[in-house]
Design a protein around this ligand. Structure first.
Ligand code: RIB
Ligand code: CA
Length: 312
């Protein structure tokens, strides 16, 4: 049976790549996709998500959540995703369907499929935190939460010690990490191992496919942004590597830790703090994927992109 998943995302180029792969992966039943602000303002995230799903036209159309417009986004240190969030491809704004806010769609989907759904968080944790605040008992009904972001050793991207997703909403990150449900974190130190060079452009689905057109439109921007902003000749697709952690967990090393999230520090708000004391005082509450078989994950990604191309 395909695994029921919700993708909560802030598209963003890597979010969009993960979305395309997930929608055409026969191992996944994407029951809902929910937008949140982060890489782009909330309304842009919703527009991007609706346009992507409309163009990709997957065999099973997921429910769609609208990003809440009352979220406060911090100043971004730099923009890797372009003004539209998708590398400047400026997709036509197709109002696909629905109009329910993301936290409502997540809540309804979990209740429709108790204990069956994995929530894959590819953006700030605002939406999931709001679901938990609205209905604390729902922790009993969530199958698992897999989170892209956070840092295992404090090697951040948004700040020296914080990943962008936790940086955008530290209280939400703390709320989710503290909740007693099965949680797996795929931190920057792991997703950052999975890189691609300019030759990725030769390995994408053909322009004749809708997924190929979207990927070939977005990824050159990602490559340029990594070179011009980060001075790197390779790109990380953090959210895509996190998706592979769901489909192919055997490719990742897993440890269980006791962790919390700083919310007040001027320099550290959003930082994941792990209790590594010899005599640990905190209770274990989080699995972290500390490393992966990089070549195998890269291969999974290329095969997943090919499947998206073949399906469109
Ligand atoms: O830090 C990783 C996150 O930042 C990813 O979700 C990616 O979309 C970027 O915004
Ligand atoms: Ca993201």
């Amino acid at each position: 049976m395909p695994r029921k998943v919700i993708l909560d995302l802030d598209p963003g180029i890597d979010d969009a790549v993960a979305l395309a792969m997930a929608l055409f992966d026969p191992r996944l039943d994407v029951v809902a996709v929910t937008a949140g602000g982060g890489n782009v303002p909330p309304e842009q995230a919703t527009a991007n998500l609706q346009a992507l799903v409309g163009i990709l036209d997957p065999p099973r159309l997921p429910r769609l959540g609208v990003a809440p417009d009352d979220t406060v986004r911090p100043e971004k240190p730099f923009n890797m995703h372009g003004t539209d969030g998708l590398g400047g491809i400026d997709l036509p704004r197709a109002r696909l369907h629905g109009g329910h806010v993301s936290e409502k769609v997540i809540w309804e989907t979990i209740h429709a499929h108790p204990r069956e759904v994995t929530i894959i968080c590819l953006g700030p944790l605002t939406n999931l935190s709001r679901v938990l605040a609205r209905d604390p008992a729902i922790v009993e009904l969530i199958g698992e939460v897999v989170i892209a972001g956070g840092t295992a050793h404090g090697q951040g991207n948004a700040t020296p010690v914080v990943d962008f997703n936790f940086y955008c909403d530290p209280p939400a990150a703390r709320h989710v990490i503290r909740e007693p449900m099965a949680k797996t974190l795929v931190p920057l130190e792991t997703t950052g191992q999975v890189t691609f060079g300019f030759d990725l452009l030769d390995q994408l689905p053909p322009e004749s496919s809708r997924a190929g057109r979207i990927l070939r439109g977005m990824l050159p921007h990602a490559l340029r942004a990594h070179r011009q902003i980060l001075g790197r000749e390779e790109i990380c697709l953090h959210d895509v590597a996190a998706l592979v952690a769901v489909t192919n967990p055997e490719l990742f090393e897993r440890v269980t830790v006791a962790a919390d999230v700083e919310t007040g520090g001027e320099l550290t708000a959003g930082m994941l703090v792990i209790d590594r004391r010899t005599v640990r005082q905190w209770r274990p509450n989080l699995d972290i994927l500390t490393s992966c078989d990089v070549a195998a994950v890269q291969d999974c990604i290329l095969r997943g992109l090919a499947a998206a191309g073949a399906g469109t």
